[in-house]
Design a protein around this ligand. Structure first.
Ligand SMILES: Nc1ncnc2c1ncn2[C@@H]1O[C@H](COP(=O)(O)OP(=O)(O)OP(=O)(O)O)[C@@H](O)[C@H]1O
Ligand SMILES: [Mg+2]
Length: 363
């Protein structure tokens, strides 16, 4: 994946066009102001010539009543013909109004142009980001499907050809189980996301005891967590009844635990804490780990589809970036909320899910 912004060239071209437009509009305004000054000076020149002519006619003995109709823009006072100052000021005002109008029209034109450019650039950027994410996604999915299959095949071959001792055999079997879980999580996430986006998910909300659903998921994942030295502290009290779809809640919990497992992969004393409580009209589940954490500023972006922290070329953890997107979509579709917090890299992470409480909904 190239880190260069593919919209860079368009930005430069449009930046250049914008500078040209600003220069052109400024030129129009200056040119109009100059033209106006020229016209005014010319008009004043003509009027002065008229005054001169009228004076000559009067000096030649022509009566003022006969001269006046030929020079309507002059005032004939006892001390001689003069330029009509009021008419001159009126003409000046008219000319100035033109310059101001050009200024406003030019500025408006520029503002529209800048807004148009901003919208265009944003759209291009979004498209480029989407394209990059799709490329990442294809690479990640290929990797996520290929590597567990290869690992399962290799492990199965070792088991069948070498007939290893019990301890080694148990380890190999556990590896097969882990890789199968990994495949299952990936394919479930892919299928559920597709169904969700096609509007094909049929929510079947029912009262569920959170502790019971979580325990099932924890039981299925415990062997692989234990094998990696991760301790799961399940402090969920019984009796927290939420209104949700059983499969969806399972998917949510599985994804949060799967992420915690990945975040704890290289940590000392890895631990996951599960807690639950009633919070207003919600039932709250908290999943915290003391793993790699994430920059605090990333907390809302983690839920964006295909978003994964770090560089995809140096994949530090497996995954395609669908888990948290699915978690948020499913929880919000059932009327709940999700949030993520971390105090920074290396400081662990906490994910919080709120589902509507069953009694509350019934009421
Ligand atoms: N507990 C956690 N601690 C630290 N970072 C986390 C944690 N959970 C998620 N993240 C970060 O959020 C990113 C997105 O998580 P998400 O579950 O959506 O995708 P994924 O786990 O990478 O892939 P997938 O879930 O599709 O297999 C992860 O790549 C990881 O960087
Ligand atoms: Mg995940």
């Amino acid at each position: 994946m190239s880190s260069a912004d593919p919209t860079r060239r368009v930005q430069l071209i449009y930046g250049f066009v914008l500078v040209l437009c600003v220069a052109q509009t400024t030129w129009w305004i200056v040119d109009q102001a100059r033209f106006t000054t020229e016209v005014r000076e010319q008009a004043e020149g003509f009027l002065r010539a008229d005054v001169q002519q009228a004076r000559q006619l009067l000096a030649a003995g022509v009566a003022p009543e006969e001269v006046a109709p030929s020079f309507p823009e002059l005032q004939f006072r006892p001390d001689g013909p003069q330029i009509d100052a009021a008419a001159l000021a009126k003409a000046e005002r008219r000319l100035r109004r033109r310059v101001v109008r050009y200024g406003w029209e030019g500025s408006f034109f520029l503002v529209v142009l800048v807004i148009g450019l901003i919208v265009l650039l944003r759209t291009l950027r979004q498209r480029a980001r989407l394209l990059r994410m799709q490329e990442n996604f294809v690479a990640a999915v290929s990797h996520e499907l290929k590597s567990p299959v290869a690992s399962i095949r290799l492990t199965a071959e070792t088991l069948s050809l070498r007939d290893p001792p019990k301890e080694r055999r148990d380890k190999l079997l556990l590896r097969i189980q882990e890789e199968t879980e990994r495949l299952e999580t990936t394919t479930t996430n892919l299928l559920e996301t597709r169904r969700l986006e096609e509007g094909g998910i049929k929510h079947d909300p029912q009262p569920l005891d959170l502790a019971e659903v979580v325990e099932r998921v924890v039981d299925s994942l415990r062997p692989s967590f234990t094998a990696c030295g991760v301790t799961i502290h399940n402090g969920l009290p019984k009796g927290l009844v939420l209104l949700g779809d059983r499969t969806e809640v399972q998917i949510v919990v599985t994804n949060l635990l799967d992420n915690a497992g990945k975040a704890l992969a290289k940590c000392d004393g890895p631990e996951v804490h599960l807690a639950g409580a009633r919070e207003g009209r919600y039932v709250k589940l908290t999943v915290s780990d003391n793993g790699v954490g994430f920059p605090t500023s990333e907390s809302s972006r983690l839920f964006v589809k295909f978003y994964r922290l770090g560089d995809e070329l140096r994949r530090t953890s497996r995954g395609v970036g669908l888990g948290l997107y699915l978690v948020r979509s499913l929880v919000e579709a059932s009327g709940g909320k999700v949030s993520a917090t971390s105090e920074g890299i290396g400081k662990g992470a906490t994910f919080q899910v709120l589902w509507p409480a069953a009694q509350e909904v019934a009421a």
